[in-house]
Write a protein that binds this ligand. Sequence first.
Ligand SMILES: [Zn+2]
Length: 188
Amino acid sequence: MNDMKRLYLTETLARVLIQHALDAAPLETCGILTGIGDQVREVLPVRNTAAAPRHFYRLDERQFVSAVFEAEKRGLSLLGFYHSHPDGEPIPSPVDVAQAAYPDMPYLIVGLKNQTPRLAAWTIRYGQVGPVDVFVGLPGTPAHNTKPPFTRTHRAAILLSGLLAFIIMIILSLTLLPPAPVILTPLP
Ligand SMILES: [Zn+2]
């Protein structure tokens, strides 16, 4: 809340992101953004290992860790995550919200609804979704903000996502509980 997150992307990187999303459609693509400060320098795709990649994404853990490690060798750090919604708006889905494990990282989404690519980024802190300003262009020059104009419907969708995510988190935590001990009654 106090520090509004922002991300700067060059036009080339924004085009690369959109191209990754288009190439992967109808599946979701995913990966990481690396750079310095709030300047994205690289868009690194990571394999989507979700069981249903048309509707979900899950970064291949090993590829993710090694991509971050390699980027750090080049002096770049992890700045955020990205994935696509092949037929949706760039708004976090309830599952996106429930699974977001990095409260301080921007989650950038490429939405391809109606063949109109749109980018938006969000912070997802324990079920709370907040907008991140995404600027395409060079910092210090008149960059255009890509934040889509959010209507009342969008805001309602975000609130609903948060609510559903909360429910999903409860379900997930229940399914992750160890099974109840089997009580054996001793034979007489
Ligand atoms: Zn998503």
